[in-house]
Each structure stands twice: as C-alpha cells, then as structure tokens.
Design a protein around this ligand. Structure first.
Ligand SMILES: Nc1ncnc2c1ncn2[C@@H]1O[C@H](COP(=O)(O)OP(=O)(O)OP(=O)(O)O)[C@@H](O)[C@H]1O
Ligand SMILES: [Mg+2]
Length: 247
C-alpha cells in the first residue's frame, strides 16, 4: 500500500530532518514508530501527508503503486491517506457533524461520486458515534472549540472512522494522552483495522501498544529507521530506553 524509498526531507531553507527512510506498509498491517524526541517522527507523518513546509530532496513515496511526491495534501487525502492533527484547528460555527459531512462529501466528489444521501450519512454518523460513545450534544458542538484533550482525540478518531481511509496516520506524540484517551484511540483503531487498510501509529507509549497490537515496531532516530522488530521491541524499549540502539 505504502512504500517509502530512501526518503530525504528538509524544512525549506533548513537542515535535513529525514535522512534516508525506507518503509513498506502492506494492507492489514499496523506499524508503530517510536523514537526519541526530535527524531523526525512527526516530520515523517507530515511528509507522507504532504504538508508543504517540508521539501523532499531525495527518494520516493509510493501509495498504491503511484508516486505521490508531488501530490497536494488534499489529493493525498482524497486517495485515502488520513492524518490526525496534533494541533487541531477550532472552527467556530461549524459543528462536528457538519465538518465531517463536508469532508466526506469532498472526498467522494474528488473520486467522482455524488454526495452521500442524507439518510445514509445519518446512519453512518450514528454507527460511528455509537462505537466511540459520542453523545448527540457533542456532535452539535463547534469543531474543537473548548474541546478537552480527550474530546479532541475522540473527534479525531471519529473523523478517521467516518472517512474510512486506506491508510491512517496517527501521531500521538505530544498529545498527553490520559488513560481514557488511550482507550479511545485503541478502541477506535481496533474497530477500524481490517484486511484492506493500514495504520501508521506514532507513539511514545508502550502501553498504547498493549491495546493495539502492532505487526511491526520501528525505531526512528536522527532521521533514520535504526531498528525494526515485532511488538516485543516496544517492551524492550520500555525496559532499556533508546541508548543501547544509539551507540
Ligand atoms: N517546521 C519546522 N521548523 C523547524 N524545525 C523543524 C520543523 N519541523 C521539524 N523540525 C525539527 O526537526 C526535528 C524533528 O522534529 P519532529 O517533530 O519530526 O520530531 P519527533 O520525532 O516527532 O519528536 P517528538 O517525539 O518530540 O514529537 C526537530 O529537531 C525539530 O525541531
Ligand atoms: Mg512528534
């Protein structure tokens, strides 16, 4: 589904941050990326989703067999790449439901589909909000306005379930997840997972990986993947830290 080959990226006029990343994600897989602060984890997710503050200087990002290096973020989203926002924007006057309806229909339009019929949309909102225990009054609130950390998380996972992307990239790095939020993310991801989609999960929390069993764990340090293992690698990191890998 996603192949990253020798990816190098930098900030405009800045130093190189990603220094040759290789990664392959197949349908049905969950990959976790861990690693020290400042390693380039968030940068990697931003580069995959196409944020324009970063410039790819070498290498390729291939999604479903197609090089997407030059695609705009919205094109990537329409192709089925979802990324959660570490710092979600507030949109006063636009409700949680209306925002996601618009986003979903936007994606359908880009793929040559008509708007989702209102009845179908309503059923989908009901189904997914029930999964995440989201109440009606929450759906009617202005997007992200005054949301608590947990509410932001819940909304983010709700967006993921609604948009039903092929690849979901979740950056949990700086969000200060408490136990409730951890569960929301874990339950959401587990109900999302299927044979046809994939998840790239960035986390510092070994505990999150107790709930979401990753197929692969990668350690990113100084812009490179320096180790790849299975779920047991996360436990080893928890115990030993990163120092033993950095020498
Ligand atoms: N837009 C930017 N402008 C300036 N420096 C940046 C920018 N984005 C990333 N960097 C730098 O690139 C490096 C990697 O940052 P990044 O946010 O990807 O790290 P991270 O692995 O996600 O860290 P953390 O675990 O703390 O979330 C850091 O040194 C950071 O300061
Ligand atoms: Mg980060």
């Amino acid at each position: 589904m996603l192949q990253i080959k020798n990816l190098h990226a930098k900030i405009e006029d800045g130093a190189e941050i990603l220094k040759g990343i290789n990664l392959e994600i197949k349908p049905g897989e969950v990959h976790a990326i861990m690693g020290p602060n400042g390693a380039g984890k968030s940068t990697l997710s931003s580069v995959i989703s196409g944020k324009d503050e970063y410039e790819v200087t070498e290498g390729e990002i291939i999604f479903e067999g197609e090089n997407i290096n030059e695609d705009k973020p919205e094109d990537r989203a329409h192709k089925g790449i979802f990324m959660s926002f570490q710092y979600p924007v507030e949109i006063p006057g636009v409700t949680v439901t209306n925002f996601i309806k618009a986003a979903l229909n936007e994606t359908r339009k880009a793929n040559g589909l008509e708007d989702m019929p209102a009845k179908e949309m309503l059923a989908l909102v009901r189904e997914n909000s029930a999964k995440l225990d989201i109440k009606k009054d929450f759906l009617a609130r202005s997007l992200n306005e005054g949301f608590s950390g947990g509410e932001k998380k819940r909304n983010e996972i709700f967006q993921m379930l609604m948009l039903n992307p092929k690849l979901a990239i979740l950056d949990e790095t700086d969000s200060g997840l408490d136990i409730d939020a951890l569960r929301i993310v874990a339950d959401g991801v587990n109900s999302f997972r299927n044979e046809g989609n994939a998840v790239l999960l960035i986390t510092h929390y070994q505990r999150l990986l107790d709930y979401i069993k990753p197929d692969f764990v990668h350690v990113l340090a100084d812009g490179k993947i320096i180790k790849t293992g299975d779920a047991s690698l996360a436990l080893e990191l928890e115990e030993k830290g990163y120092d033993w890998l950095l020498k």
